[in-house]
Design a protein around this ligand. Structure first.
Ligand code: CA
Length: 237
């Protein structure tokens, strides 16, 4: 059991904390619990969890603030975060994802789904190839800072969601290669449920809108009919 992966759960509602703790322990994870942000920060000074499950609605330091703080500090910047959100609205989730959370789960959630998400995030964070730790991409009219998640197209900053960013990152790091939808799903969405090859198409469309000069005549992100997509690095000049 020495190799059990450690998960920190930050949630003020005891019932939900117990539910998470019980189900993760059943799956042989070792679980640390914190009732609020302050406790979580204290725990993080002496423990090195592999992942944090972070409720957004916390007393004191909010989940979003804590998320931002963890991403700012170099010791915890790479710590994967799964957000829990009670809100039906999309706004909080988007802010959380932009702030660096890896995924979110809306309450009420099924314990099985929670465990599946945890595994998927851990798998992704372990499987990152060295190329993805490259600090930046800078070619022609496209600049990407992989550590700050900033994207500049023709000198202007571009706002992308986390998934759009990850999709773009994977494509630019694999230039001129035909990437099929399953590869993209696997690399960008990992083991997430409720995603289909259509999800890839929808995100590609949004990404083109954000970065292409004319998204109806894309030059960078090309469609390879019947197969998938290709990033044409030569078109960046
Ligand atoms: Ca709460």
């Amino acid at each position: 059991m020495a190799s059990a992966q450690k998960i920190l759960v930050v949630e003020d509602e005891p019932d939900i904390r117990k539910l998470v703790q019980y189900n993760l322990t059943q799956e042989r994870f070792s679980v640390l619990e914190a009732e609020d942000g302050e406790q979580a920060l204290k725990l993080l000074q002496r423990e090195r969890p592999n992942l944090v499950i972070l409720d957004l609605m916390l007393p004191g330091v909010s989940g979003l603030e804590l998320c931002r703080l963890l991403k700012q500090r170099s010791e915890t910047a790479k710590l994967p975060i799964l957000m829990l959100t009670a809100k039906a609205g999309e706004a909080d989730r988007i802010v959380g994802l932009e702030m660096g959370a890896d995924d979110y789960l809306a309450k009420p959630f099924s314990p099985r789904e929670m465990v599946a998400r945890v595994r998927a995030i851990l798998r992704r964070s372990e499987a990152k190839p060295a190329t993805e730790t490259a600090p930046a991409f800078d070619k022609g009219s496209l600049k990407i800072d992989f550590s700050t998640y900033e994207v500049f197209v023709r000198g202007k900053p571009v706002k992308l969601t986390l998934k759009e960013f990850e999709l773009l990152r994977f494509m630019v790091l694999n230039p001129s290669r035909v990437l099929n939808r399953d590869q993209l799903l696997d690399r960008v969405w990992g083991g997430e449920t409720f995603v289909t090859p259509r999800t890839v198409d929808v995100h590609i469309r949004r990404l083109r809108k954000a970065v292409e000069k004319d998204d109806r005549k894309p030059k960078w992100i090309l469609t390879v009919r019947g197969v998938g997509y290709k990033f044409d690095e030569k078109a960046l000049e």
